[in-house]
Design a protein around this ligand. Sequence first.
Ligand code: NAD
Ligand code: TYD
Length: 352
Amino acid sequence: MILVTGGAGFIGANFVLDFLAGSSETVLNLDKLTYAGNLENLVSLKGNAHHIFVQGDIGDRELVSKLLAEHRPRAVINFAAESHVDRSISAPGEFIQTNIVGTFNLLESVRAYWGALDTEAKSAFRFLHVSTDEVYGSLDKDAPAFTETHRYEPNSPYSASKAASDHLVRAYYHTYGLPVLTTNCSNNYGPYHFPEKLIPLCIHNALAGKPLPIYGDGQQIRDWLFVKDHCSAIRRVLADGRLGEVYNVGGWNEKANLDVVHTLCAILDDLSPRADGASYTTQITFVTDRPGHDRRYAIDAGKLEAELGWKPAETFESGIRKTVQWYLDNQAWVGNVTSGAYREWLGQQYGA
Ligand code: NAD
Ligand code: TYD
């Protein structure tokens, strides 16, 4: 069995669903169920004996040690994190607590468990840490994409806390020999994405007749990857990644934010036109920029491709269309996650 942390969040839930669709191995899913964790993402697994859900914190050493001793996983995949840059700007404390202290405590529990395994289980064990391209900081317009050896230059409390967790994971390999793997992925999009992030927020706001908020001039560049391609990359790295190595994951899809939102509007104009016949682009609204806003991210995924033969299955055009269709088909899911706490966040972040 494998232990997945944060498996009720956006990427974690997609990973658990995809993993169980292609394997008979059991997934033990440990998630604190913060505002971003949602058991509705996993509703299709109801009654599936290969999915065991436990609500809890990666930083709870007693709980994690007990789970490891009881279930004896062959791998831990750490998705659990606070993940939204804007929230890290307005309230960084939780990011330090989960992403740094939580990862440290998880590593300590795993180190004790791993140290007591027999030789065979010990060498087969893996700790895979899921991280982000944001740890590398911001790229100039014409600079080459981030490789795994790019200097760490995090600029937000979110990326700084992820950078710290990456360093801890690295240190546990070099100091204790813990068999770790790290993946640094670009921006994901797809089903079950919480509508505080750009793509699901704009789909949700468009359909609700609300403004589509573009920070600054909208020319910031992100490198977009369909979430299921991220999941397949993690499975490849888990299976055959070299111990202690870092693998960048990305889909070679650099897009300016404004272009992404124009694409979303065009797909919505086609699939779900406004009653008045106007384009959703009329809802685009430029708002005050995010402080310390990184201008450009771009991932060079050449190492993952050359060493492990991984390639994304979706282009941006195919993935974004599937995503918009998923949101149109799952308005009940959106309705349930856009609850009171969500509305409070929107009020705080974007004003009335
Ligand atoms: P998310 O915010 O949607 O989900 C995070 C999940 O972790 C939630 O289910 C939450 O309940 C859980 N969680 C939070 N704190 C916890 C704790 N202390 N103990 C246990 N569970 C806890 O995030 P996501 O977008 O799915 O990202 C998952 C991972 O992938 C994160 O580590 C993130 O840094 C990384 N990542 C995300 C992206 C992206 O574009 N979303 C890109 C690259 C890397
Ligand atoms: P986001 O989805 O928050 O991901 P990240 O900050 O991790 O890249 O934001 C993606 C880009 O979209 C980023 O450049 C910020 C921008 N953005 C907006 O312009 N408006 C918004 O309302 C949000 C949430 C993001």
